[in-house]
Design a protein around this ligand. Sequence first.
Ligand code: ZN
Length: 215
Amino acid sequence: MSQIQTILYVFAHPDDETFSCGGTICHFHQLGMKQTLFCATHGEAGKTGNPQLYTQNELGNVRLQELQNALSILGMDRLIIRNWGDGRLSEQPFLSIVNELHSVMEEIRPDRVITFPPSGISGHPDHKVIQKATIAAIQKISFPIKLYYIVIPESIAHLSSVPVLFTPDEYVSEKIDVTPYHKKIIQALSAHKNQHLSVEKIFSGIFVRLHGSTA
Ligand SMILES: [Zn+2]
């Protein structure tokens, strides 16, 4: 029996965790690992949905609540969220972000850190900043750690309905079968209610599957 491991996920926006690795979070929860998400912003610059239910000013608080709902579905144990400005991470003092992440890592002492690859997958500048800051923070820590990037391998490029940056398959070191968690992934995507336009674009037809499976 392996000892309980601790995982720290580092992302920029509420929904990055579900969009990029919801099944991975479910998987490690199932294995009894202790998981924390560090989210750098409240996602207040995101879409407001159609019909629009909230103003852009209200969106940050709403998305925080949606994130908490999604995390409880996926099995995340703890959320650490900052308010560094959606779309404005590159305007923040880089060293402040690094120091903050460093102190979180020293407190949690994760065995694994999971974040975006340098491409940011979607190429969003916030994703790239948080990835760079994660690397810089890891270089300062006082204990061994394993760093993983969530990537989309080239071999499944044809399945994507949106432009994303892929990674050659030979660089993929670990794959996790998330088919047992499809329902939970769909529920967590649905919890990000105000992002339904993005969810429908990226995971086309997914709400039909949710409603079909619960009917
Ligand atoms: Zn994002």
